[in-house]
Design a protein around this ligand. Structure first.
Ligand code: AMP
Length: 221
């Protein structure tokens, strides 16, 4: 079964690859960041509690995230597998996850820190369709407008330089120890996350041995 965790610093391309993997494997993409942002936008009690942590680039308290994750994993579409993006973020969360479900593979995205800072501060999103741009490397055709629907692009409130610095520090201190945790469990695959999305997709396909399943779909991944 494909119960996959994407691990890696912010800005390494986890979201982009999660969408490609979802389409290839036909399992849902579960992003705790997306779930939390939706709760903030909807103004739920959980969203209200999470908002300040997220804006500052700090982790939202474990029990809040675990609640929404447990809820999402219990939905029928996650029964045959999932791509978990943004969870776990620390060892306590990894232990909690183990109580809920086994994990088959952890893909650890590796990228130099100076590239991450650059990618995150240049990142822009379309609030309507979710398309992601980079002002330097993947600019929209019209300045600050989405190519798909013309919607004015936005910057995530935690993609500012200050919040990004905090998120990288939090990653190094709290999340990076999970590399050892999952290596010890023999399910860790290191992925070089530099280069084009296509190059990274191919490395992931090789790491998961997907090319053997169907050559044409492995190409597409
Ligand atoms: P992301 O979209 O994964 O970069 O997450 C954005 C923000 O949501 C993070 O900086 C945290 O504030 C919060 N967040 C997402 N996932 C988690 C998690 N597993 N544990 C704690 N906070 C999280």
């Amino acid at each position: 079964m494909h119960r996959i965790v994407l691990l890696g610093p912010p800005g390494a391309g986890k979201g982009t690859q999660a969408v490609a993997l979802r389409d290839r494997l036909h399992v849902p993409h579960l992003s705790t960041g997306d779930l939390l942002r939706a709760a903030v936008a909807a103004g739920t009690p959980l969203g209200k509690r999470a908002d300040d942590y997220m804006k500052a680039g700090q982790l939202v308290p474990d029990e809040l995230v675990l609640d929404i994750l447990r809820d999402r994993l219990s939905q029928p579409d996650a029964r045959s597998g999932f791509i978990l993006d943004g969870y776990p973020r620390n060892v306590e969360q990894a232990r909690a996850l183990e109580q809920i479900t086994p994990i088959d593979a952890v893909l650890a995205f590796a990228m130099p820190e100076e590239d991450l800072l650059d990618r995150l501060t240049q990142r822009r999103n379309c609030p309507k369709c979710g398309a992601v741009y980079n002002l330097k490397t993947l600019p929209p055709k019209k300045p600050e407008r989405c190519d798909n629907d013309g919607t004015p692009l936005q910057q995530r409130s935690d993609d500012t330089r200050e919040a990004v610095q905090t998120r990288l520090t939090v990653y190094n201190e709290k999340t990076a120890p999970l590399l050892v945790y999952y290596r010890e469990r023999d399910i860790l695959h290191s992925i070089d996350a530099t280069g084009t999305p296509e190059e990274v997709r191919q490395r992931i396909a090789r790491a998961l041995s997907l090319s053997g399943e169907s050559d044409s779909s492995a190409e597409a991944l």
